[in-house]
Design a protein. Structure first.
Length: 466
């Protein structure tokens, strides 16, 4: 298998992938770029740059904003809001724990491909900074990353179920502590565990690659080549310095275009609201049934909660895109239709509060959701297009997610400048030097230099493309 990188938000290089039409790194919604042309580099995310508060934004003119492509510039910074999309490297990532009781599957596609959104099998990775537990059949179309055991000191990864139909992981497994397998699973890549790998009676674990555990630990009843060696797995999800969503919202309180469309900054959006291209600020979203129609390039800053007692619909017109920041909580009691499943990368939702309540069914949810402080518990079957990062995720029913890899192109936007040479993590560094080594940006030399689940290709970090 040959590999080529799809580069992430903090590690973008213009490139073309031959096969099935050319794919060129570009900001979402921008015209196709020639593969030989240079593209702007991304800055660090707001959180990883250690920015806790910002001055009021400078309102761009409507002409400049609507003629541009991709994210909104951060006030007082060279970075752009779209650079924050670096947090969407995984199909699903949990800051604390990830637990699925029903069947679970991930796959991926590129909504910007000339050949159309064909499904691929191994780019939709899952991660958790704590334990990962599956209790039924699991088909993971990517790698699996667990950054540590639970509070009880139990296994870092527990794979249950899969006894009848089996389960599979299309790429590598990275486990920061013990791993337990009680079902029948196939790992198509390598398995690295910083602890024991135990297969319970009746379970099966077959690994096509190499199984690595530290000296003194064992991998009992594993079908595959087992070697001893050091294993280090860092926390994979971007949770240590959460984006200050409230500060971003506050910065646009006095820099918005509400008056142009008759909005009141002191009132929540309700009923049917149609928004043309622009930056808007409101006191949340509230009502019985809310229909929000996005008709251009829109950045929406909500100072408060999204609280809908029945149904919520957020619909994007052709070529529209939405960055929505919610300083408070999200609670939707009925059905919800958010974004476009054919191009979920164009909808990015950032939620600052501790509650992400989705009581009804999504039909569909096509968006990338960032809610690092929130607990997401869903009792019904759940399917989404895009990606999600939450504090803790627990799914009692079946869970399917279709990851749009083109979200990693969002930061290659006009107006974003490369970060300086100093860094705190690999997310702070531009594509020419994507690794953070001893506080300095430099070219990567191994996969360990890249933010998970990205890998190192000729000095640059990106997703592995078959």
């Amino acid at each position: 298998m040959s590999v080529r990188p799809v580069l992430a938000a903090a590690a973008m290089l213009p490139m073309a992938l031959a096969d099935c039409g050319d794919i060129v790194s570009q900001p979402i919604g921008a015209p196709r770029q020639d593969a030989s042309a240079s593209s702007p580099q991304a800055d660090a995310t707001l959180a990883e740059a250690g920015i806790d508060a910002m001055p009021d934004a400078e309102l761009p003119t409507s002409t400049v904003f609507c003629a541009g492509h991709g994210p909104v510039p951060l006030p007082g910074q060279t970075a752009c809001l779209g650079d924050l999309a670096a947090v969407f490297r995984f199909a699903a990532c949990a800051c604390q724990s990830f637990d699925v009781s029903g069947t679970f599957s991930t796959d991926s596609f590129d909504s910007t491909s000339d050949a159309g959104p064909a499904i691929t099998a191994d780019l939709a990775s899952i991660g958790s900074n704590g334990p990962i537990t599956t209790n039924s059949q699991a088909s993971i179309g990517g790698s699996l990353w667990s950054g540590g055991p639970g509070d009880d000191g139990g296994a870092s990864v527990t794979l249950n179920g899969g006894r009848m139909a089996g389960g599979s992981i299309a790429s590598d497994v990275h486990c920061a502590a013990d791993m337990e397998v009680r079902g029948k699973y196939l790992v198509l890549g390598n398995l690295m565990a910083n602890g024991n790998v135990t297969v319970a009676p009746g379970g099966v674990l077959a690994v096509l690659g190499t199984v690595t555990v530290p000296s003194g630990d064992t991998a009992s009843n594993v079908q595959g080549t087992v070697v001893n060696g050091p294993v280090a797995v860092a926390a994979p999800c971007s949770c240590s310095n959460p984006i200050d969503v409230g500060a971003i919202v506050s910065a646009f309180a006095n820099a918005n275009q509400d008056s142009a469309v008759g909005l009141s900054p002191e009132a929540p959006l309700s009923g049917t609201v149609s928004l043309p291209c622009g930056l808007y600020y409101a006191a949340g979203i509230a009502g019985d049934t809310v229909d929000l129609r996005i008709n251009g390039r829109v950045a929406l800053f909500l100072d408060g909660d999204v609280s809908v007692t029945r149904d919520l619909r957020i619909e994007l017109a052709d070529d529209a895109e939405l960055d929505m920041f919610v300083s408070g909580n999200v609670s939707i009691m009925g059905t919800f239709e958010i974004g476009d499943p054919n191009r979920p990368a164009q909808t990015r939702l950032y939620i600052g509060g501790p509650t992400l309540g989705l009581a009804g069914n999504a039909s569909p949810l096509g968006a990338n959701v960032y809610a690092p402080n929130a607990v997401l518990e869903i009792s019904s079957n759940f399917e989404m297009w895009g990606s999600i990062l939450a504090g803790r995720m627990q799914f009692s029913g079946d869970f399917q997610i279709h990851y749009d890899t083109s979200v990693l192109q969002v930061a290659a936007a006009t107006g974003c400048e490369p970060s300086g040479g100093s860094c705190r993590s690999c997310s702070d560094c531009p594509s020419t030097a994507p690794a953070c080594k001893a506080g300095t940006c430099a070219a990567c030399t191994s996969n360990a230099d890249c933010c998970a689940p990205l890998e190192c290709f000729s000095g640059s970090c990106g997703l592995k493309v078959p």
